[in-house]
Design a protein around this ligand. Structure first.
Ligand code: UD1
Length: 416
């Protein structure tokens, strides 16, 4: 089995660059289904989730060329059916539903099902498409949606779902009339998708706020867009600097969208300097406990929770982490405890009592961000930590171990 071996205890120093944002790239790739012609998307990270999305789009008939600069031709879509085998490995696959339905009036997409971090239903996506005129049946684990022509609607989301906002926004681009999404998610990746759609002639305003207005157009042109940098990867690399009492600069950071993360790292006692699109973090190893609650953007991102928790295991006191976005996102706790951390979970809270030193252990990754948190803990631990099930890591981090090696980490990938 492929594992990552981390020999902890080295302070990381130097400069690395963040890659393109996974969540933004995935959504923009699905948006190419909205029209024929050759779309150009640059800055796409080399990740397993991106390969999965590529396979799904190719299955539907999209022709894809290139590596980090993709040319996608969605002129001939033969199939409007996204099978369980592809959707179950990556929930973002469900985002093909909106574009397929809006362009072809017919789509059949597998329900994603739950995942390690929670139930993650798609009821809000479905309700919105019904409000836009679709007739939706759920049969044999598939959502089958048909609609002669979608129409605009006022959609009030029960909670600001990222994928739901994206799916509705894409479908609304080709619907008749105006769609208003209220209580929309405000994540920067949604604005990046809106920017990509506007490059194709979509009429979208209000993205980045809680109310997004989309005026449908008859037809879109191909998208030309460069994907924004990944704020979660950037934050993870900064914590690698902090947890090793190092001095790390991350280039290509979307600094304006990293406010909550950078603020929390300052509160922990790190020196954080942002200049242009670079962030430098320095730590002398003295870490202060903090309280943090995950929430939709602009709050502290749930996708940074596990990584911050690793850092807080070494703080001088007790921290409180409340997870409000997903119901089961503390699976990494048991593995961190095996490395000598003191964490107690009570309902949606993790109470982290700092220890002086983490100890290496064999640990198992349970999801993407949990795998990053274990590697971060391994960087600080005494001895060699072996992280297994690293396919989770490869879903969302481009060459993480190479970037960490570049900063001086003793980390390698190998067979157990
Ligand atoms: C996206 C991100 C993921 C991030 C999450 C929250 C992508 C590809 N993934 O996931 O990295 O952790 O946002 O920032 O962009 N919900 C419902 N009904 C719905 C939709 C969602 O109850 O119809 C719930 C979910 O179960 C969850 C919460 O809403 O508890 C937020 O989910 P959502 O924002 O939709 O997350 P994703 O788009 O799946």
């Amino acid at each position: 089995m492929e594992c990552i071996f981390v020999n902890g205890g080295r302070a990381l120093n130097g400069t690395v660059a963040a890659s393109g944002a996974k969540n933004s790239a995935l959504a923009i790739m699905t948006a190419t289904l909205l029209c024929g012609g050759k779309h150009r998307i640059s800055g796409v990270p080399d990740l397993r989730d991106i390969s999965t999305m590529k396979r799904l789009l190719e299955h539907l008939g999209v022709q894809i060329k290139g590596e980090s600069e993709f040319e996608l031709d969605a002129t001939h879509i033969d199939i409007v059916d996204a099978p369980y085998e592809l959707v179950k490995t990556m929930r973002a696959s469900f985002l093909v539903l909106g574009p397929l339905l809006a362009r072809f009036g017919n789509a059949r997409v597998s329900l994603p099902g739950g995942c390690a971090i929670g139930l993650r239903p798609v009821d809000m996506h479905i309700k919105a498409f019904e409000a836009m005129g679709a007739d939706i049946k759920i049969e044999n684990g598939y959502v089958h949606a048909v609609c002669e022509r979608m129409h605009g609607a006022r959609i009030l989301l029960d909670m600001p779902t990222v994928g739901g906002t994206e799916n509705i926004m894409m479908a609304a681009c080709l619907a008749d009339g105006v769609t208003v999404i209220e209580n929309a998610a405000r994540e920067p990746e949604i604005s990046d998708l809106a920017l990509a759609l506007r490059s194709a002639g979509a009429r979208i305003t209000g993205d980045g706020s809680g109310t997004i207005t989309i005026e449908g157009v008859k037809e879109l042109a191909p998208i030309v867009h460069t994907v924004m940098p990944d704020r979660i990867e950037a934050g993870t690399l900064l914590i690698a600097g902090a947890i090793t009492a190092g001095d790390v600069t991350v280039d290509n950071c979307p600094v304006e969208y990293m406010g909550a993360t950078l603020e929390k790292l300052r509160e922990v006692g790190c020196v954080v300097d942002a200049s242009g699109d670079s962030v430098r973090i320095c730590s002398n190893g003295s870490l202060q406990p903090v309280e943090v609650t995950t929430s939709p953007y602009p709050g502290f991102p749930t996708d940074m929770q596990a990584q911050l928790m690793s850092l807080l295991t070494l703080a001088e006191g007790t921290s409180l982490i409340r997870e409000t976005v997903f119901e089961n996102r503390f699976i990494h706790v048991a593995e961190l405890d095996r490395m000598g951390a003191h964490i107690r979970v009570e309902r949606d809270c993790a109470i982290v009592t700092g220890v002086a030193q983490l100890e290496a252990a064999r640990v198992m990754a349970s999801d993407l961000r949990a795998s990053a948190s274990l590697i971060l803990a391994g960087l600080a631990a005494r001895g060699t930590t072996v992280v297994s099930r690293i396919y989770h890591l490869d879903r969302g981090y481009e060459a993480l171990e190479k970037k960490l090696q570049h900063l001086g980490a003793d980390i390698r990938r190998g067979q157990e």
